[in-house]
Design a protein around this ligand. Structure first.
Ligand code: F0G
Length: 455
């Protein structure tokens, strides 16, 4: 079915507040035109992120009631470990409070000063941890991933030639691992093909380089493989996911996305020595290796969520609901990243606001304008998110986007219509949207807390 109806019914509801345009004018000003800083009570439809914003199922809420809040050896930990072993297939699991906790452990264990970490496009926290540990991130995604209008089935693929060239240039001993994100968030939620993952594994094995995955949205990636890659149509998403993961030596996971929980994460691997190192580090940063910053109940809910996430009806609806919004916008001529990816629709802010230069922060300005128009909250993913280079100048990413990120199991198709109508209305009066300038900028991960003013 093109757009299947929700494969769930609604048992609990949360009322959302409506605000007037006049009210939103004050609110957005107060928040420094940064949608991260908006009070959620003033947001009508919250598409800031799909992270930690999923609706849990009745079974997950029931899971919360059987939390075993023991400091060591919690019963829920064993359930979580078993779920990861069964669904993802890794031998060892280290729980963390969320994805970046796992990134911290991985980066500390594997990276030495002067190392290079290739990856299929940067992600903010991943790159920050790599750099904090003396590594340098190198983008080895295919060129098409940086071109919003180029349609490719697997636009998140690693460019194997770029990867091989890096190995030739710096030497395999300077590359502790390659990080393959599935799907690729900053490229628009674009998937990676099984064939590409296999080839990355082949090249890496030959050179003794480990292959780690940022598995944050791996179930969405598995669905795309089922839909688009030859030979996978008759396999279950669960089987495809297990095969995907079998080519990786380990992964970091933000449970706040595909594991369908509000908090949690883990680092998983097959290497016993690495596991040993990770358990000694995790006690410093997260907690005991049997809770890693999560409450027992959170681990139980995540274990339940991991099984629910590979339900075929759930994942099909998830992907197609996002696609519904993208199709509606594309049909109205709105410039979006094509094809629509797994977790979000990305507006191409440079095309949307051609009268603004990248220094005038078009994506930030567009996100603020959308909030002002309809109370819909989106997120900037452009020059503000990309931060500054070592020499202090802005890092100018090729993609300057506004992300309309769809939480899992939270909104209906009718909500998607509201969002689409607002963006379409705004597009008609786009020349009225002015740029922004920084009035406050923190030294790292600036997009979270920066403040702006209209030009
Ligand atoms: N990797 C990817 C691809 C992510 O999208 C995120 C988080 C992380 C790692 C870090 O995980 O938040 O649990 O520490 N992405 C969120 C987002 C914040 O909105 O895209 P975390």
């Amino acid at each position: 079915m093109k757009y299947p109806a929700e494969p769930f019914k609604i048992k609990t509801v949360e009322t959302i507040e409506m605000t007037s345009r006049e009210e939103r004018e004050d609110i957005v000003k107060e928040a420094g035109y940064n949608t991260f800083l908006l009070p959620s009570k003033n947001v009508y439809i919250d598409l800031l992120t799909d992270s930690g914003t999923s609706a849990m199922s009745d079974k997950q809420w029931a899971s919360l009631m059987i939390g075993d809040e023991a400091y060591g050896g919690s019963e829920n930990w064993f359930k979580l470990r078993d779920a990861v072993q069964e669904i993802y297939g890794f031998d060892y699991v280290v729980p963390t409070h969320q994805g970046r906790g796992a990134e911290n452990l991985l980066s500390q264990i594997m990276i030495e000063e002067g190392d290079y970490i290739p990856g299929n496009m940067y992600f903010t926290t991943t790159k920050a941890h790599q750099e904090l540990n003396g590594g340098k991130f190198v983008d080895v995604i295919i060129d098409e991933a940086h071109k919003p209008s180029v349609e490719r089935d697997f636009k998140g693929n690693v460019d194997l030639d770029k990867y091989k060239k890096l190995i030739d240039e710096v030497g395999a001993d300077k590359i502790p691992y390659i990080c393959v994100a599935v799907t690729v968030n900053m490229a628009g939620g674009q998937p990676v093909s099984m064939e590409n993952i296999k080839k990355v594994k082949e090249i890496s094995e030959k050179h003794g380089i480990k292959v780690m995955s940022d598995a944050t949205r791996c179930v969405e990636n598995a669905y795309y493989i089922k839909e688009r890659e030859d030979g996978y149509q008759d396999k279950s998403v669960r089987e495809i996911l297990k095969e995907m993961m079998s080519y990786f030596d380990g992964c970091t996971m933000s449970g706040k996305k595909d594991c369908l929980v509000n908090i949690g994460g883990f680092l998983a691997m097959n290497d016993a020595d690495m596991y040993q190192e990770a358990t000694s580090l995790v006690v410093m940063y997260e907690g005991m290796p049997t809770y890693g910053g999560m409450a027992g109940r959170d681990m139980e809910a995540m274990a339940t969520g991991i099984y629910e996430s590979v339900d075929e009806h759930y994942i099909e609806h998830r992907i197609k609901q996002v696609r519904y919004l993208g199709d509606k916008l594309a049909e109205a001529g709105i410039p979006i990243i094509k094809p629509v990816g797994g977790h979000a629709v990305f507006l191409d802010a440079r095309e949307f606001l051609p009268h603004l230069s990248q220094d005038q922060l078009p994506a930030q300005a567009l996100a603020a304008a959308i909030y002002l128009d309809s109370g819909v909250r989106a997120m900037e993913r452009g020059v503000v998110s990309a931060g500054r280079d070592a020499d202090g100048s802005h890092h100018y990413p090729k993609l300057e986007t506004v992300r309309l990120t769809i939480p899992r199991r939270v909104y209906t198709y009718a909500h998607m219509d509201v969002v689409a109508n607002s963006v379409i209305d705004l597009y008609e009066k786009r020349d009225k949207i002015s740029g922004l300038k920084f009035v406050y900028e923190p030294p790292t991960l600036r997009f979270f807390t920066s403040k702006f003013e209209p030009l």
